[in-house]
Design a protein around this ligand. Structure first.
Ligand code: ADP
Ligand code: C5P
Ligand code: MG
Length: 252
């Protein structure tokens, strides 16, 4: 355990522990609650601030971590009858491997996923470069203890179920090639029950609950400020980099 004197905005702060890898933030919440939008806003804010614009921040989405389906499962998925909201729908081995890589600051690859075909796009990947901050977002981002234990901060995006369903209908018809009938059948038969069984109970692990998702600019600003504080403290520790405010590293 080491204490770091962090000079920021004229005040000193003691951080109790030193991290080796990136600062990892878990972002959970129901379908269409605004997880991806909140992550996007955080990334934009970090990139726009002159003191952190060169920091590397990346988002890893559980939306790309669905496992391959067998022929019978694919048939069910095409009819909106496969349960994509159950933990068994995910490729936990892939998720574990990607988390290990990001923690060790190794470049890694996440498969691209096609929601129209309910399958990975063969041979196509999104590259994840070593980063200072990693956002891990998904409906079950807090579900598995082995994933959850990696997070330095946990955010739960909390948006009313009716708002989420309305957004999901719009998104899935426009972007995921779904009919209204399929969306509503899937929502009532699997999405809603699995949300109540697996996602909602994981809210208790959150450090910060964000009501109304990306509309909540006050919450997002506070989270962004915490990330900037962490990045500034990391730079104070690194003897080679100037810190986020242009000073050199602090003397021991
Ligand atoms: P999630 O990743 O939790 O599923 P998204 O961020 O993808 O949620 O949002 C779901 C849909 O709702 C998207 O089409 C997005 O553009 C839209 N959306 C998200 N936040 C808002 C908002 N505050 N107001 C209106 N539409 C929104
Ligand atoms: O972005 P969002 O959190 O909404 O993504 C998760 C949702 O995607 C789940 O609720 C699941 O029902 C849906 N999904 C789907 N078809 C797939 C994979 C996931 O409808 N092939
Ligand atoms: Mg999303």
């Amino acid at each position: 355990m080491a204490a770091i004197h962090h000079r920021h905005g004229g005040f000193c702060r003691e951080l109790k522990k030193v991290r080796k890898g990136p600062f990892i933030i878990g972002v959970a919440g129901g379908t269409a609650s605004g997880k991806s939008s909140v992550c996007q806003k955080i990334i934009e804010a970090i990139h726009q601030d002159p003191s952190t614009k060169d920091s590397k921040i990346v988002c890893v989405s559980l939306d790309n971590m669905y496992r391959d389906l067998g022929p019978d499962e694919s048939e069910k998925a095409a009819q909106g009858k496969f349960n994509f909201d159950h933990p068994d729908a995910f490729d936990l081995n892939l998720l574990t491997k990607i988390m290990k890589d990001v923690k060790e600051k190794k470049s890694t690859q996440v498969p691209k996923y096609d929601y129209r075909l309910n399958a990975r796009i063969s041979g196509e990947f999104v590259a994840i470069e070593p980063s200072d901050v990693v956002l891990v977002e998904g409906i079950l981002a807090f579900y598995w203890p082995e994933l959850r234990d990696n997070y330095d901060m946990k955010l739960f995006v909390d948006t009313d179920a009716d708002t989420r369903l309305a957004r999901r209908v719009r998104r899935d018809t426009a972007e995921r090639g779904r009919s209204l009938d399929t969306i509503l059948n899937q929502y009532t038969s699997t999405v809603k029950p699995a949300f109540e069984e697996f996602c909602l109970p994981s809210k208790k692990f959150a450090d910060v609950i964000i009501p109304r998702g990306a509309d909540n600019t006050v919450a997002i600003d506070l989270i962004v400020q915490s990330i900037k504080d962490v990045l500034a403290a990391d730079q104070q520790l690194s003897p080679t980099k100037p810190n986020a405010h242009g000073d050199g590293p602090l003397p021991p």
